[in-house]
Design a protein. Structure first.
Lengths: 325, 287
């Protein structure tokens, strides 16, 4: 018995000796669960790995948890900080709890969406237009019966924001401001995947649905939704629910002390900037071809060389393209 | 040496075929799903209306009286009454009622399905062998894996929340009903048989009463597990205390989370004590 045990221990030790070992520095990206952040991580990661030789990995977690991990230094890079969804963001920037490097994109849409077939119909699927004159959020009360809430059939159901996101409160104010409460229930969808499933499920069944969503997302790329219009953006009354949403700033942040440890990486990240439509195009590419995020990142860099050139020095840019081709 | 650390064979599973399958299932059985949803909604609304109809002080008195009848401990009964009133004082009463209506609906349906199923498993060895891995799956499969297809089929709201709760909480009542019946002394069963009782008579008059304590322990566990699902249920649109916790967690508001989390704990403790009380009298009557 003892001999057997000794043999087993020895063989494990031998195997452990054979195991691949790594000693290079690993940079940690936050992956808060949605697809565009994974794409941006892959793009930044690919460039950092090719040019500066650091390995990279992602840590999965919910938005608040990964954001807290950035503050505590367990996460190095956060490629998409949706500033409107974080209550303490302004304060955290001001008090230097992390280092703000730049803007990833700020031309994204958000608001209340309906499937296009609700307004225009879809002859291919045999769907008649249900609400041909629906254009503004304030038109909704006329059509509440289309959006009937099965758990309370006397009213329609409006899918609101994710609980805890700043937008949830703004939408609730908008709901009161437009007196939607007389004909609609404000339904809290609970979580991001649940809201996506509700919208996707209704779309597949060809039913009418109205709910909050945002771009760039795979859902908006895959299905044809229309953003309902509202009064023009109003700086002062925005938080009270008046007027349309302004686009949310999506910024890039790194943990405290990152810039002094990895100056060349920080310099690149501060130049990194994309747009909502560029991100969407990459997500559609993934959806259509089934490519991995890394493949999509490579595809993106090679197909948008003019843009990538603005992030890097000419020498770095040439090295990158040569290495990827 | 590569095969020591890497599998020599690789299988590719076409997960998008499964996605397609779920989608076409939803489209084909739309009307059936609608009927199920309608039925569950009716039960849920009836229970929710009943709970909303009861004034708060009646519910508090009910808890005090029920616990006192079981335990004969006046002080503890009053403490539980005060704890329950505290939920109202911090303004969470309507949320608690809405949470309770989901939990109670799920528990009633769990018992209605789980108890007969447990009896069946205790009588048939084969059914037992088939169901064991199924029950294990129901308890350990991560909730969101089957929740997302459930959402595609049923939409968001309280109905899918009740169904998710049932899938998780039904297991103990099935297991312990099964166990309780199997643990009844075979000599007692034999005796009743030799007096000419049929299988059904033996089951109803001898085995179930003998197994009552264990079955009630199963009910208690089912209730506790249904309470444990409250926050998860709120992630698919169930209103109530769970949604309050979720908001607090998403905003990193520790205090708010602690307050609403404590309210869930209070409700759970009271439900636990009340349902444990049903176990004890039968223990005293036992042989």
């Amino acid at each position: 018995m003892k001999k057997l045990f000794l043999l087993l221990t020895l063989s494990i030790l031998v195997l452990a000796g054979c195991a691949p070992s790594s000693s290079t520095t690993k940079l940690t990206f936050a992956n808060a669960g949605w697809d565009s952040i994974a794409f941006h991580n892959a793009t930044m990661g690919t460039i950092i790995e090719t040019l500066y030789g650091y390995e990279w990995e992602e840590v999965m977690g919910s938005t608040p948890i990964t954001y807290e991990a950035l503050m505590s230094g367990e996460i190095d890079i956060y490629s998409e900080i949706w500033t409107d969804n974080l209550a303490s963001y302004e304060n955290d920037v001001a008090t230097g709890r992390f280092e703000l490097l730049g803007m990833n994109f700020n031309d994204n849409n958000q608001g209340l969406y309906v499937p296009r077939y609700v307004i225009e119909g879809d002859p291919e699927r045999g769907i008649e237009p249900m609400a041909p004159n629906l254009r503004y959020v304030s038109d909704l009360p006329q059509y509440w019966e289309l959006f009937r809430d099965e758990e309370d059939p006397s009213k329609g159901r409006l899918y609101g924001g994710i609980p805890g996101w700043a937008v949830d409160e703004i939408l609730r104010n908008k709901f009161d401001h437009l007196n939607l409460g007389e004909t609609f229930n404000y339904f809290s969808p609970g979580s991001d995947p649940a809201l996506s499933a509700a919208l996707a499920g209704a779309y597949q069944r060809g039913e009418a649905i109205v709910g909050y969503y945002w771009e760039p997302t795979w859902l908006m790329g895959l299905y044809d939704f229309v953003l309902l219009e509202d009064e023009p953006f109003n700086e002062t009354l925005f938080a009270d629910g008046v007027g349309e949403f302004k686009s949310s700033d999506v910024t890039i942040g790194v943990r405290r002390g990152f810039t002094s440890e990895f100056p060349e990486v920080a310099e690149f990240l501060s130049q990194y900037t994309t747009s909502s439509s560029l991100t969407s195009s990459a997500l559609s590419y993934i959806e259509e071809t089934g490519a991995s995020y890394k493949d999509a990142a490579k595809w993106f860099i090679l197909n948008h060389q003019d843009l990538v050139a603005t992030w890097l020095s000419a020498e770095e840019f040439n090295t990158l393209i040569a290495a990827l081709q | 040496m590569n095969w020591i650390y890497e599998f020599p064979f690789q299988l590719t599973i076409d997960t998008s075929a499964i996605d397609q399958g779920v989608r076409s299932f939803a489209l084909t059985f739309d009307s059936v799903l609608r009927v199920i949803r309608q039925g569950l909604t009716t039960i849920l609304l009836a229970i929710s209306d009943l709970l909303t109809f009861i004034p708060w002080w009646v519910l508090v008195l009910l808890v005090i009286v029920l616990y006192f009848k079981q335990s004969k401990r006046l002080w503890m009964s009053i403490i539980y009454g005060v704890l329950l009133s505290m939920i109202g004082m911090i303004g969470l009463w309507p949320l608690m009622i809405s949470t309770l209506s989901i939990v109670i609906t799920a528990v009633i349906l769990s018992v209605a399905i789980g108890f007969p199923l447990g009896l069946l498993l205790s009588l048939s060895e084969r059914a037992n062998m088939i169901m064991r891995p199924v029950l294990d799956t129901m308890q350990t499969m991560p909730v969101f894996v089957y929740l997302i297809p459930a959402l595609l089929l049923f939409g968001l709201g309280r109905v899918p929340a009740v169904m998710a709760t049932i899938i998780y909480a039904i297991v103990p009542i099935i297991r312990l009903t099964n166990l309780g019946i199997r643990q009844v002394n075979p000599e007692i069963v034999e005796a009743s048989r030799s007096f000419g009782a049929t299988t059904l008579q033996t089951l109803i008059k001898v085995q179930i009463p003998q197994a009552f304590t264990t079955i009630m322990a199963g009910l208690n566990q089912t209730l506790m597990m249904a309470m444990a699902m409250v926050v998860t249920a709120s992630m698919i649109g169930a209103p109530g205390l769970g949604a309050e916790v979720l908001i607090a967690v998403n905003r990193i508001e520790v205090g708010r989370g602690l307050v609403s989390g404590s309210a869930i704990v209070i409700v759970a403790i009271i439900l636990d004590r009340l349902s444990q009380g049903w176990v004890k009298p039968s223990e005293e009557e036992g042989i």
